[in-house]
Design a protein around this ligand. Structure first.
Ligand code: AP5
Length: 195
């Protein structure tokens, strides 16, 4: 299966992507994790991305699309993948569609995690205290949320038009949310739900 995970920052995409990847035996590919590793290693990509990430803005579409193009071409992703944090703009969504079409493949589903803003703020404050991730600071987190609403939320309509959108209530225990992901994926794959 080729799945994308959508949702605001802190909605649980990364947590659930890792769990679903184990269940489906496909890689979970997180653009945020790839970028953070590049920043840590001070690679050219990391040096370009660091200041942008610390402000809560998005790294350029061209850079991210080229990163994803290379990553999904790797052997472990041939049988499917879960994309966590990509696409994040309509341009990235269209680029992914083209990339998959060129490979003769299609997307199976776009899972959208729904979590109220008050819960997101609490989760981020908790992680900022526990892990000290620079972009979890309250002012930067607010900017990430603003960018999400402006640039990423329109992808919900993009995937709904294609019959691929599967909404998941992201509030509850990690296990309860994981069970909802499985149900949502089963529903979106039923023929009567396909456009
Ligand atoms: P990225 O790393 O993708 O950050 P994000 O989308 O803001 O997501 P988070 O990792 O904060 O949250 P999540 O939804 O994955 O939730 P998580 O499971 O971690 O991106 C970081 C930056 O990189 C961007 O701002 C941008 O600059 C750049 N970037 C990345 N991709 C890009 C792209 N495609 N284009 C351009 N730029 C890009 O959980 C959050 C917290 O909640 C954790 O503490 C977790 O333990 C907790 N939690 C999880 N599930 C639950 C639950 N059910 N109940 C209670 N707590 C829970």
């Amino acid at each position: 299966m080729r799945i994308v995970f959508l949702g605001p920052p802190g909605s649980g995409k990364g947590t659930q992507a890792k769990l679903l990847a184990e269940r489906l035996k496909v890689p979970a590919i997180s653009t945020g994790d790839i970028l953070r590793a590049a920043v840590k290693d001070r690679t050219p990509l990391g040096l370009q991305a660091q200041a942008i990430m610390e402000k809560g803005e998005l790294v350029s579409d061209a850079l991210i699309v080229s990163l994803i193009r290379d990553r999904v071409a790797q052997t472990d992703a041939r049988g499917g993948f879960i994309l966590d944090g990509f696409p994040r703009t309509l341009e990235q969504g269209r680029a992914l569609e083209t990339l998959l079409l060129e490979a003769g493949e299609g997307l199976s589903a776009a899972v959208n995690f729904e979590v109220p803003e008050s819960a997101l703020v609490d989760r981020m404050a908790g992680r900022a205290r526990a892990e000290g991730r620079a972009d979890d600071r309250p002012e930067t987190f607010r900017e990430r949320l603003r960018v999400y609403r402006e640039k990423t939320e329109p992808l919900q309509a993009f995937y709904a038009e294609r019959g691929l959108l599967a909404g998941v209530d992201g509030v509850g225990t990690v296990e309860a949310v994981a069970a909802r992901v499985d149900e949502a994926l089963a529903a979106v794959r039923r023929p009567e739900n396909r456009a």
